[in-house]
Design a protein around this ligand. Sequence first.
Ligand code: NAD
Length: 319
Amino acid sequence: MTPASGVCAMPYRPLGRTGLDVSLIGFGASPLGDVFGKTDPSEGKRAVHLAIENGINLFDVSPYYGLTLAEERLGEALVGKRNQIILATKCGRYGVDQFDFSAKRVFASVDESLQRLKTDYIDLYQAHDVEFGDLNQVINETIPAMRKLQEQGKVRFVGISGYPVKVLVQVAKAAPVDTLLSYCRYNLLINDMDVDLTPFAKENEIGLINAAGLHMGVLTEEGAPAWHPAPHAVQKIGRELAVTCRERGLNISSLALRYCLDHPYVSTTLVGMSKTNQVRQNLELLRIKTDLKLLAELRQVIAPVFNRVWPSGRAENRS
Ligand code: NAD
């Protein structure tokens, strides 16, 4: 892979014991489904192509993002390029309040995703936001169904995703998986992923994917989308951080994402992108180092809301 002129070569890390090497920056495709506001589909396609040309090889999507729109657009963009990348999608979540973790739905869902993504295999198939399911079902029905798909060659590896880190550990202990996707639990605003999840993943050599290094838009100049679940105080601090960085001629997103890329065990950090300028800006991070002095200053601003979480999932699964 030859990077565009001026851009540093992409580092790759092993994804647990899968044998796959994934790019340090992963492409989160939810914005392609207009989750963060309307996007231009041709620009989205160019963003995907630019990312591939510059060595980003992990693309993560779900039928939930834009209610299948993100999968459709990603599938379009990947025509002729499918075999250059590692494709991750999900099953189990189909709307804000629509969940179905039954084996029947898993088997139907994979075929629907394959069709939208215009491919005949998925590299990583993940049960999406397991905390919204009955964990007994996830453990005894969903994951075994996904393993069946692996035997059939429709998917190569199996993982789970979710917000409460303890639930991810609980499920993975009972039904071994190849990867764990955690979101909004390790970035400038929070680090509790490292308390429970990272040591477990490391000990068991499970691939660890850190999603939403920008805290789903909180750590951007634009700020969080209206649907964002973070407490108001967290979103307010995000805006303050953006101003502090801007006053110094810096961009909050660059600082926040670079911080995530420095994590020593995480295989890849997923960042949601739908524009070529975002891809370029995020690739630029490969050549910069975290400004530790500035980071220490920002820590003071963040302190009142550091590690603040929100409830997600069934009452019995919130942790
Ligand atoms: P994110 O933290 O990556 O933030 C995305 C927002 O940041 C978008 O508005 C995007 O336009 C903007 N952005 C990206 N690069 C930027 C830059 N350089 N400057 C300014 N703004 C920039 O949030 P996300 O997209 O929700 O998370 C990343 C990906 O992780 C998702 O697309 C998805 O693939 C995955 N994810 C999975 C789960 C799950 O499985 N439960 C949850 C969250 C995220």
